[in-house]
Design a protein around this ligand. Sequence first.
Ligand SMILES: Nc1ncnc2c1ncn2[C@@H]1O[C@H](COP(=O)(O)OP(=O)(O)OP(=O)(O)O)[C@@H](O)[C@H]1O
Ligand SMILES: [Mg+2]
Length: 257
Amino acid sequence: MSEIELNEVSHEFSTPDGPFPVLDNISLKVPEGAFTSVVGPSGCGKSTLTRLISGLIKPTKGSIKLGGTEIVGPKPTVGMAFQNPVMLEWRSVVKNITLPLEIVAPKMPAKEKEDRARELLKLVSLEGYEENRPSELSGGMKQRVSLCRSLVHRPEVLILDEPFGALDAFTREELWQIMHSLRAEEKITCLLITHDLRESVFLSDEVIVLSDRPARSQYRINVDLGPERSLDDLYTPKTTELLAVLRHQIEVAQGRK
Ligand SMILES: Nc1ncnc2c1ncn2[C@@H]1O[C@H](COP(=O)(O)OP(=O)(O)OP(=O)(O)O)[C@@H](O)[C@H]1O
Ligand SMILES: [Mg+2]
C-alpha cells in the first residue's frame, strides 16, 4: 500500500490555439489504505487527474508522489479500471485477468498466475466463469472481471475512472458492495472518479468536489460511515444531509448556485 500525494498540481494542454488550462493548483492526499472519491462537472479535468497519477502524462506544475516517491512514468504499482473494459475475446476470463502479470511478472509460473486470478474471481462472486469468453458475460460481470484484472498484480494504488458509469442502477449498487469488500480484502489505496454522489459516499472516506475547468479543489468532506457499510446507510438522515451538501457543491461548481 502507499499514499497518493498531489502538491500544488496544475496542468495545461498545448493546443494549436495556445495553452488550455485544465487543473489549477490541486493539492490532495489519499492516506495509505484510504478511499477518496473525486466528483466534479463534466469536462472539468477528472480523467486528466487520473492520467497524471498513473504517470501517463506529466503535470505542468507541482509534484505527484506515490508512497513518498515522485512519479516519473507509468508504474506497475498502480492499477486502473475504466468505464468500458476492453477484453480479449479469444482469451478466457482467467486468461484476461492474468494479462497484466504476463507483462509485470513474466517469470511467474502459469499456475501461480491463474491461482491469483481464481482467488480474485471468488472475491467478486464469479466462481464458475473462469473458462468463459468475455462475450458470454453481462456488463456487470465484465466490470467485475475488469476489477480483478486491475488488482491481479497486487498494485499499491487503484485508480478508478467511472468504472460503474455504464451499468444499470441495481448492478451498480451490487458492484459498490463488491468494490467495498475488495478494498478491505486487498488493502489498497483507492481514488475513484465518479458522477454518482451516492456511489462516492458509499465507497469513500473522503469526497473531493472539483470546480469547473480549470479545476480547483472546491470542497472536501469526510464520510464517517465506518468500515462496515450497507446500502441502507445511504438512506439515513445523516447521509441524506451529506448528499444534499454535495449536490449543492456540484451546483456551485457548475455555476448554477
Ligand atoms: N490531450 C488533450 N489535449 C487537449 N485537451 C485535452 C486533452 N485531453 C483532455 N483535454 C481537454 O481537457 C478537458 C478535461 O478533460 P477530462 O477528460 O479530464 O475531463 P473529465 O472531467 O474527465 O470529463 P468527463 O466528466 O466528461 O469524463 C476537456 O475540455 C478536454 O477536452
Ligand atoms: Mg472523464
